[in-house]
Design a protein around this ligand. Structure first.
Ligand code: MG
Length: 363
């Protein structure tokens, strides 16, 4: 099989609300969509959702990088995934988000060629996956109202973004716990917003609200800080910005830094490396979450297939499209009362709506 054509789209998706985390603000999803066509009539789709403050990529950077990767991959066999991944990494050692879109499209083609839904192609089973709903940094009352609505919609877990103001964070977490009672699991994510002493103080103060875990209290590169906090926190710590690659995962295990990892395709460079991280985590008795950036249901579907593929995945944060004002995807995952339903068609099982392909700029 040969790659005959690669299409690259500037995939803009408006949001219902502005999304704020400790390191950045998002007014719309500025993603990149990749369509990989083959001489055997199969087309694979992949999506990149670049979060500049986390990975150092923007839509413009990814549109430029995608054109380079297109030249690299044209004419090659899409089924030789490990070779294609290694070629992309040799050509662009960084830029994991745009590489993940190509990796996703290759896996879509391979699973279609095998006639299996992607999770099955990856050796997974259709097990229950329950996602949380993320509440961004914002007002106390609006957060409590949102939490109430999320609970009424049947979700079992809420993730609260923190890390800008200790006092406002405390009041928001308190208001959300009061609004939902003991019914929901609550996770928090500081997105590197704290130093080690501040983190230990905040986590001790927030512990009475029964927090399931806290993502990334300290700076991505402050591994000693993450370890320091993890040993003193009553709330389990999950590495997110500190774990991009399989080598990062090994380092975190060697240092005995944290019990949980958050894996995202946009950080790992795609499915191939994400599963390697999950295998390392499993070998090191660590649990993983599969998380997302601001993908449409297409990218999110790939994440859900991966989440179903390894027992290392115990937590699911696959809620990126809930706040999108448009849904440009046909097929793909559906979410009912927080439970993710995977498509059963061969491949990714998600593709863009033609009407949007005509609307988005193609490069
Ligand atoms: Mg996070």
């Amino acid at each position: 099989m040969k790659i005959t054509r690669i299409r690259i789209f500037k995939m803009d998706i408006p949001r219902k609300d502005v999304f704020t985390i400790a390191t950045m603000t998002l007014e719309k999803a500025e993603n990149v969509l990749i369509g990989v066509e083959t001489d055997e009539g199969l087309t694979g789709w992949g999506e990149a959702s670049p979060f500049h403050a986390l990975v150092g990529e923007t839509q413009r950077i990814d549109l430029a990088a995608a054109q380079e990767l297109r030249e690299l991959l044209l004419g090659k066999n899409p089924l030789e995934i490990s070779r294609r991944v290694q070629e992309m990494e040799a050509f662009l050692p960084h830029n994991p988000t745009i590489k993940s879109a190509f990796d996703m499209a290759l896996y879509d083609i391979a699973a279609q060629a095998a006639g299996m839904p992607l999770y099955q192609f990856l050796g997974g089973s259709h097990r229950p996956l329950e996602t949380d709903f993320t509440i961004s940094i914002g007002g106390v009352e609006e957060a409590a109202e949102k939490a109430q609505k999320v609970m009424e919609q049947g979700f079992g877990a809420i993730k609260i973004k923190v890390g800008i103001s200790d006092e406002a964070d405390y009041r928001r977490v308190e208001a959300i716990r009061t609004a939902v009672g003991d019914a929901l699991r609550i996770r928090i994510d500081a997105n590197q917003g704290w130093d080690r002493m501040q983190a230990v103080a905040n986590l001790n103060r927030l512990a009475p609200f029964h927090i399931e875990f806290c993502e990334q209290p300290c700076s991505a590169h402050d591994l000693p800080g993450m370890t320091f906090v993890s040993r003193r926190s009553p709330i389990p710590i999950m590495a997110d910005e500190s774990v991009f690659s399989p080598m990062d995962a090994l380092q975190l295990i060697w240092e005995d830094a944290v019990p949980y990892f958050n894996i995202k395709l946009s950080k790992s460079g795609g499915i191939y490396r994400a599963l390697q991280i999950a295998h390392i985590a499993w070998a090191g008795s660590r649990k993983c979450m599969i998380g997302c950036m601001s993908e449409s249901r297409l990218g999110l579907t790939a994440h859900a297939h991966v989440g179903a593929a390894s027992p290392a995945f115990q937590f699911f944060d696959l809620d990126s499209f809930f706040e999108h004002a448009e849904d440009p995807i046909i097929g793909g995952v559906q979410v009912e009362k927080g439970h993710i339903l995977l498509p059963q068609t061969p491949g990714l099982g998600a593709r863009p709506d033609e009407a949007f392909l005509n609307k988005w700029e193609e490069v």
